[in-house]
Write a protein that binds this ligand. Structure first.
Ligand SMILES: NC(=O)c1ccc[n+]([C@@H]2O[C@H](COP(=O)([O-])OP(=O)(O)OC[C@H]3O[C@@H](n4cnc5c(N)ncnc54)[C@H](O)[C@@H]3O)[C@@H](O)[C@H]2O)c1
Length: 256
């Protein structure tokens, strides 16, 4: 058990097909007290998540759910306070909530850019700020931010330049946190996934998907479980001396 009794907040977990959900499942498997968060979270979705994880693990688990629109700083602060009121502490934040849009740069309207930045970049920023207030007091804590291959290669295989720019911001944010808070024993790392089988890939035609897979050295898409594995490594003491790092989970799509 790599996360025994650790209080872990995981955003973007509403869909059972999401990276957030797979991370919640794997963290629960490793003994974490899991808090699943999403703008879509409600009692029905929470019950589905609980049932899916308990069926998988064949034992009861400690899971709570909160609705939070991460683009709202007040929502983020309230969420972290609710978690601390519930569990008395916070050990780990995984920022997996996000949106993707496929648009050419010249088609992107100010409202498109605002929405992208409000959720993907500002949302991650607000949650990190709120979590860091707790971590700073406790002088420990880990942050795992889901960025994207799009931030590294300039535009995604799916997302447009606004998506790439928002995720580039997430990478810079993560490195800044690692530098500023390392002396307190707080770690922050990023994951750059690509072509993971989630609702984010639903818009791709079969031909486009086949063409993309042809260019992936491992010749397949990735699973949410494989992405969750990288989150587990970065959240746990296995990565105790790793901070400011970026882990690629892309099947070799971008070897650099
Ligand atoms: N799937 C991939 O191939 C891939 C590739 C690169 C990066 N990523 C990143 O990984 C993360 C997880 O992606 P996924 O594929 O699981 O996507 P997903 O669409 O399955 O999950 C994203 C979740 O974020 C939630 N969300 C959206 N806006 C929100 C808001 N304002 N507040 C709170 N929650 C909100 C959605 O409701 C959804 O449940 C994202 O940050 C994504 O950009 C995914």
């Amino acid at each position: 058990m790599l996360l025994k009794d650790k209080v872990c907040v995981i955003t973007g977990a509403a869909s059972l097909r999401s990276i957030g959900y797979a991370t919640a499942e794997l963290f629960a498997e490793h003994g974490a007290k899991v808090v699943v968060v999403d703008v879509l979270m409600d009692d029905v979705i929470l019950a589905q998540i609980r049932s899916a994880i308990e069926t998988q693990l064949k034992r009861p688990i400690d899971v709570h759910g909160f609705r939070c629109d991460i683009s709202q700083a007040d929502d983020c602060e309230r969420l972290i306070q609710q978690v601390v009121a519930l569990h008395g502490t916070l050990d780990c934040l995984v920022n997996s909530a996000g949106i993707v849009r496929s648009q050419g740069l010249l088609e992107i309207q100010p409202k498109d850019l605002e929405l992208m930045f409000d959720i993907n970049l500002k949302g991650a920023f607000y949650l990190c700020q709120s979590a860091l207030r707790v971590f700073t007091e406790r002088r420990t804590g880990t942050i795992v931010n889901l960025a994207s291959l799009a931030a590294q290669r300039g535009g995604g295989l799916v997302g447009g330049s606004h998506y790439a720019a928002s995720k580039g911001g997430v990478l810079s944010l993560t490195r800044s946190i690692a530098r500023e808070f390392g002396h307190l024993g707080i770690r922050a790392n990023a994951i750059c996934p690509a072509m993971i089988q989630t609702p984010m890939l639903d818009g791709l035609s079969e031909e486009r998907l086949a063409g993309i897979i042809e260019g992936i050295p491992l010749k397949r898409t990735g699973t949410t479980r494989e992405t969750a594995g990288a989150c587990l490594f970065l959240a746990s003491d296995l990565s105790g001396f790793v901070t400011g790092a970026t882990i690629d989970v892309n099947g070799g799509t971008h070897i650099h």
